[in-house]
Design a protein around this ligand. Structure first.
Ligand SMILES: NC(=O)c1ccc[n+]([C@@H]2O[C@H](COP(=O)([O-])OP(=O)(O)OC[C@H]3O[C@@H](n4cnc5c(N)ncnc54)[C@H](O)[C@@H]3O)[C@@H](O)[C@H]2O)c1
Length: 402
């Protein structure tokens, strides 16, 4: 691997250049290089680029690190100072939610597209990986790319290929998951599929760009609505004193029932966001999706109320909250409902102590040390190491598990 200035590499276009080297873009770039392509990556985050340029990876997953190290040492993977000519451009930049209006913020995507325009040549392929509202390829990407003077389908090709990566299992999923390949025309689909064929063992599902955009949103919306139902049923179960997990396990034995687990809320950067992209497209037609979003958004308040009830007899109890990531075993605290619960309890004046060994939160030697210093243990995110320790016994302090 060499950190190459763009000027040095301008003479010969890369096979593929990935814009945005985060959780999605870096694995794709690394896998494309591993498949033998002359690959390059560019990110506006200078610190990330310096790290990568020094052969260091910001994704802390052992299996992926092994592939990363192998590619850096043995394959043709460059990290660039600027966007440069390439046969194919892949875009994996953030598409967050504008919280107030609940609409997609496409600022990074449009900036990435604009940065490609001066380098776009006849025969190039542009692939968007970022999660977007439906019609983003046609209504946002094409008008920007055609500022180059080139015409889509005639001069360059455009495809939408969403990612389904599960952080924590990136190395396996990027290779083995099915991938949706949605071209703006048939040739774009074929060209994009050829890139993915180099490293994907899962099936490539070929479709058009609009369907691919919609499928990505459907998948995460399905999960969000399903979890909202589970959370609602959990609240109902409390009325009868029924164990909701047991009830769901039994209901799921029905061959056509697949209810997800209730929890402390829905976090991360996909499920709380992507359903709003569907609502944004069709506000009149969507009633269930925003209601499910509200149910899941309110879940941390319900959980905080349960904790309050548990310490009602001892208002000055030290509440020990374990786990602050958005899901177990990942070092990612983005959109974490656990933090929201901690902050709600702190705002109420409770003495809340927080410990999460996965993200180094809390100044405790280990779980035993933490448990010794609190009156009640509230398990907000159950990392595997907690489950193991709990099975061996962690003393006699009261424990709330969600
Ligand atoms: N992380 C996941 O599990 C996951 C799964 C499926 C889909 N997605 C989607 O993939 C997209 C990327 O997500 P992510 O998790 O990789 O985000 P990320 O924040 O980890 O990485 C995005 C990177 O893009 C960079 N960037 C921003 N503007 C840029 C520009 N103009 N040019 C070049 N780089 C730029 C940022 O600096 C950042 O490093 C989002 O749309 C997300 O919704 C994410």
């Amino acid at each position: 691997m060499v950190a190459a200035p763009a000027a040095e590499t301008a003479a010969k276009p890369f096979d593929v250049l990935v814009l945005g080297l985060g959780y999605v873009g870096l694995p794709i770039a690394i896998m494309l290089a591993s498949s033998g392509l002359r690959a390059a990556g560019f990110d506006v985050d200078r610190r990330k680029m310096d790290m990568l340029g020094n052969g260091k990876c910001h994704i802390d997953e052992p299996e992926f690190l092994a592939i990363f190290d192998d590619v850096i040492q043995n394959k043709d993977m460059r990290f660039l100072d600027a966007v440069a000519p390439s046969d194919a451009f892949l875009i994996a930049v953030p598409t967050p939610l504008r919280e107030q209006r609940k609409t997609a913020d496409l600022t990074a995507l449009t900036a990435a597209l604009e940065s490609i325009v001066p380098h776009l040549r006849k025969g190039n392929l542009v692939v968007i990986n970022s999660t977007c509202p439906v019609m983003t390829c046609r209504e946002t990407a094409i008008p920007i790319l055609e500022k180059s003077g080139l015409k889509v389908d005639e001069d360059f090709h455009l495809a939408y290929c969403p990612e389904r990566l599960y952080p924590g299992n990136i190395a396996y999923e990027i290779v083995n998951n099915e991938h949706i390949i949605g071209g703006h025309n048939a040739e774009a689909t074929t060209r994009a599929a050829a890139l993915y064929k180099g490293f994907v063992k899962g099936e490539l599902v070929l479709t058009d760009d609009v369907t691919a955009e919609f499928c990505k949103l459907i998948e995460n919306t399905y999960r969000d609505v399903n979890i909202a139902l589970a959370n609602e049923l959990r609240t109902v179960a409390h009325r009868f004193g029924t164990d909701i997990d047991n009830a769901i396990d039994i209901a799921n034995r029905h061959p056509r029932v697949n209810l997800l687990k209730p929890g402390i809320g829905v976090g991360g950067h996909c499920l709380p966001i992507d359903p709003w992209f569907i609502v944004e497209m069709a506000p009149e037609e969507t009633r269930l999706i925003p209601e499910a979003r509200r149910i899941n958004d309110e879940q941390p308040k319900r959980i905080a109320a349960e904790v309050r009830r548990a310490v009602a007899a001892k208002r000055d109890a030290v509440i020990g909250c374990y786990g602050v990531t958005y899901k177990p075993d990942v070092n990612d605290e983005r959109e974490s409902p656990a933090w929201e619960i901690v902050h709600l309890l702190q705002a109420d004046g409770y003495n809340v102590q927080v410990y999460d060994p996965v993200v180094n939160v809390g100044d405790y030697a280990d779980l035993t040390d933490f448990v010794a210093k609190v009156d009640i243990l509230v398990v907000l995110v159950e990392h595997t190491q907690f489950t193991r320790a709990f099975a061996q016994g962690i003393g006699d302090k009261p424990v709330l598990r969600f």
